[in-house]
Design a protein around this ligand. Structure first.
Ligand code: FES
Length: 192
């Protein structure tokens, strides 16, 4: 990828961005699902890599991420408290796709508005761990991404999530978790 997002620092961790490499995705997916544990799986993934504080610090840690380099339609991954986070700069199509879905069609009903911060609707931040058995879904895949490909697909058991990270198909019972976070500025977010 030609443009690497610079991200995360301060609080208690420092992150260094790495690119999302689709060519490695299948291998990494299999590794992640085979381990069935995100802590162990994370070593094989191209997350923006946090330096590893000791366990006590890790448990309480928060990270700050600079969103400015993340282009519209791009999803980056960062490691936070030992799990992957997906941060997507959603397109208008992503948002439209998510908001037109009737609540009655959702297994875990939740509005798109409730999963983002008001005024920052283009940013979707989620824990990238499938709520079925803990695999790491593929981003930009599946039947519920709309024309902008903002959905997610978990190939091990076929769960599919939409452009709001809500479960739409497959065995996963819940939407992808939205962590606690807040915007420090329009382009900087503190997670945790
Ligand atoms: S772990 Fe994702 S569908 Fe089973």
């Amino acid at each position: 990828m030609s443009q690497k997002p610079t991200a995360a620092t301060p609080a208690t961790t420092h992150t260094t961005p790495e690119s999302h490499d689709p060519s490695r995705r299948d291998f990494m997916m299999l590794t992640a699902c085979g381990l069935a544990g995100v802590g162990a799986a994370s070593a094989a993934w191209p997350f923006i890599n946090s330096m590893n504080p000791d366990a006590g610090v890790l448990a309480a840690s928060s990270i700050e991420v600079d969103l400015a380099p993340i282009q519209v339609g791009q999803t980056i991954k960062v490691k936070w408290r030992g799990v992957p986070l997906f941060i997507r700069h959603r397109t208008p199509g992503d948002i439209e796709e998510a908001r037109k879905v009737p609540m009655g069609e959702l297994k875990d009903p939740e509005t798109d508005e409730a999963r983002v911060k008001k005024g920052h609707d283009q940013w979707l931040i989620m824990v990238g761990v499938c709520t079925h058995l803990g695999c790491i879904p593929l981003t930009g895949e599946g039947e519920f991404g709309g024309s902008d490909k903002g959905g997610l697909f978990c190939p091990c058991h076929g769960s599919q999530y939409d452009t709001s990270g809500r479960i739409r198909k497959g065995p996963a019972p819940k939407n992808l978790t939205v962590p606690q976070y807040s915007f420090l500025t329009d382009s900087r977010v503190k997670i945790g």
